[in-house]
Design a protein around this ligand. Structure first.
Ligand code: PMT
Length: 220
């Protein structure tokens, strides 16, 4: 898609994985590299969109032509995505967001004490950014896209997640050795509430990104 078919549109993309701090040296995190989100950003820039990329903890260089906002935690991602979404024509949540965070943050490094059992880790819920955004739609006509990385019952879990989150499209990718997390490649099925399923064969993350933009364009 060489055409500037996204010209005049503002799109917001989240990429990477959130980190939920336990103390100054430790966090709960996940294996997202950010590559899928960056591929979405690069393809959107190439197709003429104004792009805001909200990045959680990646080691990747800022993509040319995108406005980059860096965050660490799910709560910070929530705030940054909602701020950018106010005038966005589409929001694509490719980030892996922690559903829970430690209930308490220890200001000093947590120590192990000889002969003592470790204290149980208490967690509290994080905001569900995708579900909140799907319900709020800060800009009329805004298209909201979610991702789901699944290990089993991939399609059934994807369909349930599409309904639960209330988004317009859900990109379901199966966790595998040479795809999804960390890889240059991906393979997916894009689900829509009308029952439409768009399979995207194994290939570079840019190819999946371009299919996502094609489907977003159809919804505008
Ligand atoms: O970064 P890479 O290494 O390239 O890997 C890409 C990816 C695997 C991270 C990406 O393709 C992907 O699937 N991202 C979503 C990961 C996931 O498992 O999401 P989830 O099932 O926990 O959440 C579903 C959707 O809700 C996601 O769009 C997520 O951004 C969103 N969510 C989740 C929890 C939460 N509290 N708020 C959210 O908005």
């Amino acid at each position: 898609a060489a055409a500037a078919d996204l010209a005049g549109r503002h799109v917001v993309i989240s990429a990477g994985g959130t980190r939920e701090p336990l103390d100054p040296v430790r966090f709960l995190g996940n294996r997202s590299s950010g590559k899928q989100g960056y591929a979405l950003a690069r393809t959107a820039v190439a197709r003429g969109a104004r792009v805001t990329l909200v990045v959680a903890n990646t080691g990747l260089a800022d993509p040319a032509g995108a406005d980059v906002v860096r965050v660490e935690t799910a709560q910070q991602l929530h705030e940054a995505v909602f701020k950018a979404a106010a005038d966005a024509d589409a929001v694509v949540m490719a980030a892996a967001v922690a559903d829970f965070r430690p209930a308490r943050y220890a200001a000093g490094k947590i120590k192990k004490k000889d002969g003592e059992e470790p204290a149980p880790l208490e967690l509290v819920r994080n905001p569900d950014i995708l579900a909140e955004l799907s319900a709020a739609r800060p800009k009329p006509g805004q298209v909201v896209v979610g991702f789901a990385a699944e290990t089993d019952d991939v399609l059934a879990n994807g369909l349930a997640k599409l309904t639960r989150k209330g988004c317009d499209l859900l990109v379901v990718n199966e966790v595998g050795e040479h795809k999804t997390f960390g890889s240059e490649q991906n393979e997916a099925v894009v689900l829509a509430p009308d029952g439409t399923r768009t399979p995207v064969p194994y290939g570079p993350k840019e190819a999946l990104a371009d299919v996502v933009w094609d489907l977003v364009l159809q919804r505008w």
